[in-house]
Design a protein around this ligand. Structure first.
Ligand code: UDP
Ligand code: MG
Length: 353
């Protein structure tokens, strides 16, 4: 089978209420483009009827394909699974809760035809987010720009068009902490952006992003793309040692010339507590990196596929097991199928012998 021009990749977790409206909105837009297309849904271990609904859609429409993960792996991993299964020349990840305007897709494609390799969907206004969140997010992008070598465009999420040559690079990035904003930005190439207004979630369902989750997400991005937090402590240590040395000299001089004894139980306690605090923070930050090393060296596959539909395969696909023995195959290798010979599949992403 020849690859379609366009692949839409949509992760779905408990979206049975949004799916019919999503399909009704996106299919006419794609048909209107006059390009060949496929829609790759990833069911991220939904507990409702999402998978059944997607399977039914795939049986009716050969352009719809479904990767059913064996459990909930989280949005970023679900998206990565979908990206590994997309065969188009241009790939557009999109949420299926109707927050991303499907009308933007023709503009994405037009920009891509102009010669851009990545077309970002940038959220224009963030009124609904409140003053604190908006400013925190702004500061965050500044810190990221300062601390990492990857330029992460502010307010650009997963909704974007990615050219095949960029996707081939992304599919080879095996890291488990999938900070997608960074992963998308890392390969580079020619980037354009288009503004759009994010919508409220359809059907009044709540987003799962609590403040704590956002905080973790922000730290995850920083630790995944920068080693600056690790190196910072050399300077903090040198600075505090310098200050301690100066203070020691002052104390000695005072004692010698004026006979003043160093005052202080309270000040001593404060200094001890302060530096113990610093030490624990630095330990914690080292821990963040060690935990990442630990998770990476285990080399487990990124996700496990339970079922797939629409790829022309036998109904139950085998779980994706590492092919390299005793070593790490980090990304799942797509299965060769009747309509997709192995020669057309992306290469196994990483194999350590
Ligand atoms: N999603 C997923 N796995 C999850 C959570 C979400 O695949 O564990 C999907 C969800 O169905 C939706 C998209 O990811 O299509 C975005 O999720 P959500 O709307 O909760 O996030 P937000 O829009 O707040 O970023
Ligand atoms: Mg959403």
């Amino acid at each position: 089978m020849v690859s379609p021009t366009l692949s839409i990749v949509a992760p779905a977790y408990n979206e049975e209420r949004n799916l019919p409206a999503f399909l009704a909105a996106i299919v006419p837009v794609l048909e209107g483009l006059g390009e060949t297309f496929e829609i790759v849904f990833v069911d991220d271990g939904s507990r409702d009827g999402t998978l059944g609904m997607l399977a039914a859609a795939a049986s009716q429409d050969p352009r719809i394909k479904v990767v059913g993960l064996a459990r909930n792996f989280g949005k970023d991993i679900a998206l990565s699974a979908g990206l590994a299964h997309a065969s188009g020349l241009a790939i557009i990840p999109i949420d299926c809760d109707l927050q991303h305007p499907v009308e933007l897709i023709p503009q994405f494609v037009a920009k891509w035809r102009e010669g851009f390799d990545m077309v970002l969907g940038v959220r224009s206004k963030r009124d609904e987010e409140g003053f604190v969140r908006r400013n925190l997010s702004k500061t965050y992008y500044k810190v990221m720009r300062f601390m990492t070598s990857v330029e992460i465009p502010p307010n650009a999420g997963d909704f974007r068009l990615i050219d095949r040559k960029i996707l081939d690079v992304i599919n080879q990035m095996p890291e488990r902490h999938r900070f997608m904003k960074g992963i998308f930005a890392w390969p580079g190439f020619k980037v354009a952006s288009l503004e759009f207004q994010a919508r409220q979630r359809a059907n009044d369902t709540q987003t799962s992003w609590s403040f704590f989750k956002l905080w973790r997400f922000a730290l995850d991005g920083l630790f995944s793309f920068s080693t600056a937090p690790l190196k910072l402590w050399t300077y903090i240590g040198a600075l505090s040692a310098g200050i301690a040395f100066i203070y020691m000299m002052i104390t000695i001089i005072q004692k010698l010339f004026w006979g003043i004894s160093a005052p202080g139980y309270a000040s001593l306690l404060i200094v001890v507590l302060f530096f113990n605090g610093l030490l624990l923070i630095s330990n914690g930050i080292q821990g963040e990196y060690i935990a990442r090393i630990f998770e990476e060296v285990k080399g487990r596959p990124l996700y496990v596929i339970g079922r797939t539909f629409g790829f022309g395969e036998a109904p139950a696909a085998r779980p994706s097991l590492p092919v390299a023995t005793g070593a790490a195959l980090v990304m799942e290798q797509p299965q060769a199928t009747a309509d997709k010979p192995r020669s057309e599949l992306p290469k196994p992403t990483r194999r350590v012998e």
